[in-house]
Structures are given as structure tokens and as C-alpha cells.
Unconditional design. Structure first.
Length: 52
């Protein structure tokens, strides 16, 4: 859904971080691990050129 919206708004190459769902069945440790990975992904994406 995020990718489709980015394309519609003219940002087809916009980097998008992905968060696995659902959270309800995950332990606190699993959510912490997911969050740590997402922080790393966002840091990587922030360094990319989102205007392509």
C-alpha cells in the first residue's frame, strides 16, 4: 500500500521500511529485535536518494 501511494505521488523510488505484522502474537523480545532492525533499516534508507 505504501509503495502504491509513493508511485501515485510521483516518488516511485522512495525507500520504504517494512514492519512485519501482526504484533499481537510476538513476545517483547521479538518486538525489540524487530525495532532494532527497523532502526538500522531507517538509518540506511535515510542515506539513500529518495528523489529517484
Amino acid at each position: 500500500m505504501g509503495r502504491a501511494q509513493a508511485v501515485k505521488l510521483g516518488f516511485a523510488g522512495l525507500p520504504i521500511g517494512v514492519v512485519p505484522h501482526p504484533f499481537g502474537l510476538r513476545t517483547r523480545a521479538e518486538v525489540t529485535t524487530m525495532a532494532e532492525k527497523l532502526v538500522q533499516d531507517i538509518a540506511t534508507l535515510a542515506g539513500s536518494d529518495a528523489t529517484k
